[in-house]
Design a binder for this molecule. Structure first.
Ligand code: SF4
Ligand code: SF4
Length: 123
């Protein structure tokens, strides 16, 4: 018991090792991967992010041009950000704030029409 006394005294008078989250938060690390967001105007509904997401929490409906993500399933890995060729997915440097109700991020995009091929010069 005596060999533990210094540790007990140190812990008793020292600062706590934990924080009163979410009241007290820490500064984010550089390049921290936090809450996901999308610039849906740039999205072409290619579905690459949905297919690459290891948590399978992204749903892209190409017919309705909707992009959805369940933030409660997201593991903040950043894979979707890396694979997006349009560079329209980003992550804040902070985690999503705690919530008492579940929700799904729902974004309405545009159905982008393919440019018409120009008539060939075969005439
Ligand atoms: S950060 Fe990872 S888990 Fe979250 S939506 Fe993107 S790919 Fe999925
Ligand atoms: S967010 Fe990027 S990867 Fe995902 S559907 Fe849109 S363009 Fe494709």
């Amino acid at each position: 018991m005596a060999f533990m006394t210094p540790t007990i005294v140190k812990n008793f008078f020292g600062k706590p090792a934990t924080r009163m989250y979410p009241i007290t938060t820490r500064e984010p690390f550089s390049n921290a991967r936090g809450e996901l967001y999308i610039d849906v105007k740039e999205c072409n509904m290619c579905t690459l992010c949905a297919r690459a997401c290891p948590a399978q929490c992204i749903t892209v409906d190409r017919e309705k041009a909707t992009w959805e993500c369940d933030p409660f399933e997201c593991v903040y890995c950043g894979v979707c950000v890396d694979v997006c060729g349009r560079k329209c997915l980003h992550q804040h440097d902070q985690y999503r704030a705690p919530a008492v109700e579940k929700f799904v991020m729902h974004e309405q995009g545009e159905i982008k029409k393919k440019p018409k091929k120009e008539a060939s010069d075969s005439a």
